[in-house]
Design a protein around this ligand. Structure first.
Ligand code: UD1
Length: 419
């Protein structure tokens, strides 16, 4: 296990290349299970979660051919194993995304109940419900979700109780095998859902409306070999945008797309930083101390829950006080006590954090608890006076490719050392 040592107080200036989106790549890797033909994914980020998902589909019998750091060809022609065991699934909640493809293609799936980030109860009831609505029988038996549809799935009108990203993806993938039309109402509109639809369309699926709250899938599918380039990671880009703001620096984020980061761009403008498109991506600049401003996390295109912790680090040194309300996950404030150890003034009231900005934070040893909480501590460390040590860096490795090196190239003082 490694830790990061950060000497704070340096302004960041330079260029950071944004990797492919982890949260788009994971369902696309799961989707490879649907087709008997090969799927080549390019622009895969080199992060722990992607490696884990490749192992999961490998265990199902998918031939995984890694052709360079960001490209893999997945051939599920020989796949036949329908059980996803606990030892792989416990590491990452997103492995539940294999459930839909397995039951759709093979008529049966047995997937261990997932683990993953400790950011709340994170039930998977909606995934199970959408499969049941398509005609599968679904039950939980001894810690496993067991789904069966031996005589196939049938198109249906599915109304999601809440616009879950994962449940929308499960429904979309399973519906590619269902006969007739499936309509998904109150679907999640996140760019990662639209990118999964683009990937499935390249594989032969007939999908309309992904990226809106009503998706129609016409099944069954004539599968074909396909190639898909995963979208850039809007959360990685948003994280570095906040690194620029917290260090009063200037960063160009190549590959990043403004249209995926509208809510953040608006907030940065409100607090006194700027974000604008360039030929290669996005530029972010901040020349002074930011002002405090309230946010509430919302489904896309609202302010993303995956940037809430990073925004809180920025507000910890803002001029004034603000309220940060988390509406997506009920326990996503584990970074708060760690930020307080660094001198932040934050109090919690239910799902709202009240942050009173300080003129400075002070370096301290802190512990990463989940992916976005850990990166928020890195941002705080970049701005703090003195040295910050962030332990349990494996959380960061799950979702950030080359984080320390990317920041060091822009002037940060960060060392990765064994714990
Ligand atoms: C995805 C992202 C995650 C992000 C989240 C919200 C991936 C791999 N992960 O997670 O980084 O924070 O979207 O943007 O893409 N829920 C249920 N029952 C279910 C499913 C979800 O109650 O069956 C609840 C969750 O507990 C949560 C809310 O719905 O409170 C939203 O979750 P969801 O959109 O499903 O998030 P994920 O797809 O898990």
């Amino acid at each position: 296990m490694d830790k990061l040592q950060i000497d704070g107080g340096r302004r960041l200036e330079g260029t950071i290349a944004i990797a492919g989106a982890k949260n788009a790549a994971l369902p696309q890797i799961a989707a490879s299970l649907l087709s008997p033909h090969a799927l080549t994914l390019t622009n895969l980020p080199q992060v722990g979660d992607v490696a884990n998902m490749l192992s999961v589909v490998g265990r199902h019998g998918v031939a995984v051919n890694v052709a360079g750091p960001h490209t893999a060809t997945l051939n599920a022609g020989p796949a036949n194993h329908v059980e996803a065991p606990y030892d792989l699934v416990r590491k990452m909640r997103a492995t539940v995304l294999v459930l839909g493809p397995l039951v759709a293609r093979f008529g049966r799936a047995r997937v261990s109940l997932p683990g993953g980030c400790a950011i709340g109860a994170r039930p998977i009831d909606l995934h199970m419900k959408v499969l049941a609505q398509l005609g599968a029988s679904v039950a939980v038996e001894s810690g496993y979700i067991v789904a069966e549809a031996l005589s196939g799935l049938a198109g249906a009108r599915i109304v999601l109780a809440s616009p879950s990203v994962g449940a929308t993806q499960t429904a979309m993938m399973a519906a590619t095998y269902a006969t007739g039309e499936t309509e998904i109402v109150n679907a999640a509109g996140e760019p990662e859902v639209a990118d999964l639809a683009a990937c499935l369309a390249a594989m032969g699926a007939n999908i309309e409306g992904a990226g809106t709250h009503r998706i129609a899938v016409q099944g069954p599918t004539n599968w074909r070999a396909a190639r898909h380039h995963t979208i850039p990671d809007r959360i990685e880009a948003g994280t570095y945008a906040m690194a620029a703001a917290i260090t009063r620096g200037h960063l160009e984020l190549t590959g990043a797309r403004l249209e995926h980061l509208g809510a953040l761009a608006q907030m940065l403008e409100t607090v006194g930083a700027r974000m604008w498109p360039t030929d290669r991506g996005l530029m972010v600049a901040c020349d002074g101390r930011v002002a405090a401003a309230d946010i509430s996390t919302e489904p896309y295109p609202g302010f993303p829950t995956d940037l809430q912790a990073q925004y809180m680090a920025l507000m910890a040194v803002a001029d004034g006080a603000c309220a940060i309300r988390e509406t997506i996950f009920e326990n996503r404030f584990m970074h708060v006590p760690e930020l307080v150890r660094m001198g932040a003034d934050i109090s919690l009231r239910g799902s709202t954090a009240l942050v009173r900005g300080r003129t400075k934070l002070v370096g301290a040893p802190v512990m990463a608890t989940d992916l976005r909480a850990s990166v928020c501590l890195v941002l705080a460390g970049l701005a703090a006076e003195g040295q910050t040590t962030v332990s349990r860096v494996y959380h960061l490795d799950r979702g950030y490719e080359d984080l320390a090196r990317k920041l060091v190239r822009c002037g940060a003082a960060i060392r990765r050392v064994p714990e």
